[in-house]
Design a protein. Structure first.
Lengths: 376, 376
């Protein structure tokens, strides 16, 4: 990355911390914080908002995942996006949902509800990898959907979404993707990968505050589904334009993905997300991905050098921004590192490290130096 | 209100505008904006958040409506709260939902979904009032719930919630209340009024940014219902404490109202809401209600004096912070007033005026002077 110092000047956290925890919650870049401060000042002193906020960042998120703006709804967070998808399917009795044993709870919990009445089957990982042959073995004609994280939260394993979609679609199953650990870090392309539903909060790799998230629904599916939650935001907005009294006698759902929106979102979060998405797009996701994989290569070299147990599969094609290695008492280690200004997480009996494009090899070394000291 | 100038100094909007539009979206008071600015700075420079934010404002909202903290869930907005209530009931086929013809869409739309399979019956208003005798006539043993706004958005009619609950409960129906136009302006008491579900966004009378809202579920009902949306935030948080890998094999729902929470909310909005709730509680809702009803008395006197058609029922017991009077071309009138710095809304063929406790009679006069000029 040329001019890394200029990049880092946009991230105030770099002055205070070695922050390697983007898989948890990211610190705000300066342009994001600036836009949010401005929004607060406007919200205190005026009664109207800038026209530019009205798109809610949707065109930028659409661009990032290769979708159309009309296929994007704003959602409070990934969990809400997953639940919307889970609740529109109305699977037949006896249906099943396929997921993996590496999953984040919000991918699985929507389908564990008794009232949904489906079975959940978990494809077992093999040394941190979910093998396509095992997905193929589990997905069958009873499968209503495959619900999966593009990148798994604990060890960073990246699925081949195109291959998984092919398997699912062969059996008439939908593909529902939690992309919170991939979007903003590695390439996401809903058209290339034939995704039906994809959702992501923006507070991790998308460098935004909590409260901003997006849900992609493939265009051909939008009008097929009645949203589980409906409110003033779900309907065609023209109906409000005559007497300034809402038509409450019928439900005329929007023909775009806004039908899955319900009420007022956290505008300030979306104002922040909009700036963050612009920033990431200006750097370019392929540049970001290359940079992140370079940093994690460097980290993996050190982990191997220290003879620590790498819990992240090593092949680049199934890697992401997340690297996990085993240590004793990971929670205590993470806390001690935190007191030294190095921020990582304890996950799955190990330390999870998740650098973004503005981090440096020196920062990775600061972490591994501390780990090395502990070994002595 | 003693020391009104000191109060007004906390509201920067008073320097720029005559803001009489709290039934739409309120400008932020200074302590709310300050807390939000601080949160942004912390989110940019540090990786940890202040302990004090952790309650998400729930104890303050609970106090405001006379509930317990464990009965409160955070929700993105009122519409989400209404949809949660609508989706837990699983009404028998042939059931009906009773509402009124004055309602806001987000109160009715959740029940108009085909997949819910209920009939919606609207109690007709009589000159802007919904009469209890008409509610009594419509609610019957087939009624699964009465879904209603405590205060109606277009004309400000305030229902006698205690009387409505009595009618509903006699027939075994639940009472689901949208309190967005009452909480923060007039007295709300879920125990006194025997409410089953009550929800409110905070961006109107609760003087907060969008993205913060609360849902009250009566304690006895919480564990009876499986939430329609479930995520990491719905379950007992102890399960995360052993290996730092989530238990994804079962759904152990929280025993408090947090089971209705799903994922990460807009923390910054809740940080703002927390300050706003503290501010409102420190003034006292009975003081606020008295002040608001005094200001609207003054406004109603002027409206009658101008021989304009008052669309808000006049009796104090069924009034709120909202007053509506009929004019020709209300939307154009509202826009023209806006250009003169007087902010109101066009609603239901009239002008909707909604002052809060920090407004003054002089500001009401500034509005009515403009209306008078137009009559000449």
């Amino acid at each position: 990355m040329e001019n890394i110092e200029k990049v880092r000047s946009q991230f105030p956290i770099t002055k205070n911390r070695v922050f390697l925890n983007h898989a948890a919650q990211s610190p705000l870049p300066k342009p994001v914080a600036d836009a949010m401060h401005k929004y607060i000042d406007e919200s205190s002193s005026f009664a109207t908002y800038a026209k530019e906020y009205e798109d809610l960042g949707k065109p930028f998120f659409a661009k990032l995942i290769n979708a159309e703006t009309g296929e994007i709804a704003v959602v409070e967070n990934t969990s809400v996006g997953m639940n919307i998808a889970a609740n529109v399917l109305h699977p037949k009795p006896g249906s099943k949902i396929v997921t993996t044993d590496l999953e984040y709870p919000s991918v699985v919990y929507p389908f564990l509800r008794k009232s949904l009445g489906v079975e959940v089957e978990y494809v077992k990982n093999v040394k941190g990898k979910v093998l396509l042959e095992n997905v193929e073995r589990v997905v069958d004609d009873k499968t209503a959907a495959v619900a999966i994280s593009h990148v798994e939260y604990a060890n960073g394993f990246r699925h081949d979404m195109r291959a998984i979609s092919e398997i699912a679609h062969e059996h008439g199953a939908y593909v529902i993707v939690d992309a919170i650990q991939s979007t903003g870090a590695v390439s996401v392309d809903v058209k290339r990968d034939n995704i039906d539903f994809l959702t992501a909060s923006c507070y991790k790799w998308l460098l935004s505050p909590p409260g901003a998230g997006y849900l992609y629904v493939r265009e051909e599916l939008i009008q097929k589904f009645e949203p589980p939650f409906t409110g003033w935001a779900s309907v065609k907005q023209e109906i409000f334009n005559t007497t300034d009294f809402w038509d409450i006698w019928k439900l005329e759902l929007s023909e775009t993905a806004t039908r899955f929106e319900v009420g007022s979102p956290s505008y300030i979060s979306l104002v922040g997300a909009r700036e963050a998405l612009k920033l990431l797009l200006s750097v370019g996701i392929s540049n970001i991905e290359r940079r992140i994989l370079g940093l994690t290569d460097h980290l993996i070299d050190s982990i191997k050098d220290m003879n620590l147990d790498l819990q992240t599969p090593e092949e680049k094609a199934c890697r992401s921004g997340i690297v996990n290695f085993r240590v004793e008492n990971p929670r205590q280690v993470a806390e001690e590192l935190g007191r030294k200004g190095i921020i990582v997480s304890a996950r799955s009996n190990g330390i999870r490290v998740s650098p973004h494009f503005y981090n440096t090899e020196e920062e990775i070394d600061a972490l591994t130096d501390e780990i090395r000291k502990r070994q002595k």
